[in-house]
Design a protein around this ligand. Sequence first.
Ligand SMILES: *Cc1c(COP(=O)(O)O)cnc(C)c1O
Length: 220
Amino acid sequence: MGQIAENLKTVRERIAKAAARAERDPASIKLVAVSKNKTAEEIKQAYEAGQKCFGENYAQQLKEKYEQLKNLSDIEWHFIGHLQKNKAKIVAPIVSWMETIDSLELASALDSRAVNPINCLIEVNIGGEETKAGVPISKLKTLMGGLANFKNVHLEGLMIIPPYSADPEFSRPFFKKLKEICREYSLEEISMGMSHDFEVAIEEGATIIRVGTAIFGERK
Ligand SMILES: *Cc1c(COP(=O)(O)O)cnc(C)c1O
């Protein structure tokens, strides 16, 4: 077995164990393999090991890999990076999921360029960090109201990247908070948890986890 296939197997086992601890069905947790700065060939190896969802951070990389892997037509592409409005035309026709909506203008640009419906998540700046992307909690309600009337863009939930700490327990209160907000607004999808903290995220209710390093190895 290749390294990527082996890593995937380990990650899936860890997902299953965390789900069991939380008395959740592991099938209710979507694993997005984050392939930024990795090659189409590496994505193909993960695909051959049964992985169908991939997350990309940059519009141009997404487009190039999408073109290279077009024959693998059941890949589900997630966009998880900061996206400028003028790049919406590149991303909208490719992705099934847009996890980082941060303005009505971006949503509108995606809506008008989409070919198929796009499941959208609003990125929330849960730690109130000045340097981080995402919408402050105080502005969430207004943005959600504005998103209600699009044709292709459908709001399904929220996404966070909490402030970083090597200790996964540091993320737990942020995960709890996001779950609470999702419950308050009856949003189903909760995207949280990365290589270093996805098990805690699962314990706290994540429905989507985004894992890069633990699958593909360190990035350059
Ligand atoms: C890079 C990235 C990830 C994956 O991070 P790892 O620590 O490599 O698992 C997850 N989410 C977002 C938004 C990212 O940019």
